[in-house]
Design a binder for this molecule. Structure first.
Ligand code: ZN
Length: 138
């Protein structure tokens, strides 16, 4: 992936300074804004489902496609819910004062990675290890 190789090339001294209080506040604001956007997106897809439900009795083809749309919307909500949970975990970490530290190796995650994915719980090395072992498992 292009993004991860770019992250590896960043200067570690510039990238892995501990986060200041101001950095933490900025990440908290970022996470809260993401969370609000996700909750709103989930609500919008829910409202969309409800308008589908009030349609007149569909014929067989329409029923099949509306079932498809609904299962798609459900999967999407599952992903949104999963993402919201990750954001909540990150916000809890901020409250606990452990935000920005990798759950696997206790190293600093790196501010560029956090800026791109403030909800991440793994440093790029552990994330790549995880993705490799997930690929091997499949
Ligand atoms: Zn790590």
């Amino acid at each position: 992936m292009a993004a991860s190789s770019a992250e590896r090339m960043t200067d570690p001294d510039a990238d892995e300074r501990p986060l200041s209080d101001a950095d933490i506040s900025e990440f908290r604001r970022l996470l809260q804004a993401k969370r609000i956007a996700l909750v709103k997106a989930a609500q919008d897809s829910l409202e969309h489902d409800m308008t589908l439900d009030t349609n007149e009795m569909p014929d067989e083809v329409d029923l099949a496609s509306s079932e498809y749309i609904q299962s798609f919307a459900l999967r999407l909500r599952g992903r949104e819910r999963h993402f919201i949970e990750k954001i909540d975990t990150a916000l809890t970490k901020i409250e606990d004062g452990v935000f920005g530290t990798c759950e696997e190796c206790d190293e600093l995650i790196g501010r560029k990675r956090l800026a791109a994915r403030p909800e991440t719980t793994l440093c790029i090395r552990c994330k790549e290890d995880q993705e490799r072992s997930e690929r091997d498992f499949r």
